[in-house]
Design a protein around this ligand. Structure first.
Ligand code: OAD
Length: 242
């Protein structure tokens, strides 16, 4: 952080994207020729895709969910640093993630909103019950609540669907005086517009490179999240200690 930021902040909002989990072994969306784990996003991440080929979509998310059970996939230093920041800082803190993995939760983050849903959760289109689900979903399995077969889908916000928690997120952005965007390409709205909504905030972007929305930020930490986020958190806590 630059030394002119000697004000004491009160309301932090942090936005994270796929880049924060890249060093934990979870691939990002747009860093490999527009393909996501060998699929076009439209084939696996839209309500239409689920209607057209539920087996393909369930198989795809079963594989993603299996990654979360892989012992080699662990929260990295960036996830840990954000959890530490929340723990050691007494102001308002909200972590908004576009990621559907569980690495922020496993690092210990508490005030956390998964705006694009959670990989380890499913819900039933028939009865609208949401369930924690860490294993593969069997296409033939009945909904544990209403018993209907074929109606349970991943609890992921797909293209064409409304992100979760918009009201809470917009209220926090309106009040934010410190906004940090980490490891997101700024391609997907509404998250890409959060930097504009945090109009009062000092705005920092952490990324390996410039993004579509870099110009909207006043400060840039260029480099891997596992290095830059701990550096940023340490500088923030130093400046903001009593
Ligand atoms: P993207 O794959 O679009 O962008 C990942 C960003 O992370 C890029 O800007 C990279 O430069 C950066 N990056 C990669 N490795 C990094 C590292 N080690 N440290 C720091 N930065 C790194 O992912 P998102 O912006 O998260 O939506 O994508 C947004 C949404 O698009 C996703 O939530 C998903 C997708 O479609 C849904 O599934 C609804």
């Amino acid at each position: 952080m630059t030394t002119e930021n000697t004000v004491l902040y009160k309301n932090i909002v942090i936005l994270t994207g796929a880049g924060i989990s890249a060093e934990s072994g979870i691939r990002t969306f747009r860093d490999q020729d527009g393909l996501w784990e060998e699929h076009r996003i439209e084939d696996v991440a839209t309500p239409d895709a689920f209607r057209r080929d539920p087996a393909l979509v369930q198989r795809f998310y079963n594989l993603r969910r299996a990654q979360l059970r892989d012992p080699s996939v662990q929260p990295n230093a960036a996830h840990m640093a954000l959890a530490e920041l929340e723990k050691h800082w007494e102001g308002q803190f909200l972590l908004v993630t576009q990621n559907v993995d569980n690495l922020h939760r496993r690092a210990g983050s508490k005030n956390l909103l998964h705006m694009h849903g959670k990989l380890d959760q499913v819900f039933c289109l028939n009865c609208d019950e949401h369930f924690t689900w860490v294993d593969d979903w069997d296409l033939e399995a009945p909904c544990p609540s209403c018993g209907k077969v074929g109606s349970v889908r991943p609890d992921i916000v797909w293209f064409g669907e409304m992100p979760y928690f918009s009201d809470e997120i917009y209220a926090a952005l309106e009040k934010a005086d410190f906004f940090v965007s980490i490891g997101t390409s700024g391609n997907v709205y509404p998250a890409a517009g959060f930097v504009q909504l945090a109009w009062k905030a000092h705005k920092i972007e952490v990324n390996l490179k410039d993004t579509e929305i870099s110009r909207a930020f006043s400060e840039h930490f260029i480099g891997p999240a596992s290095v830059e986020v701990p550096r940023l958190v340490q500088a923030f806590l130093e400046v903001n200690k009593e």
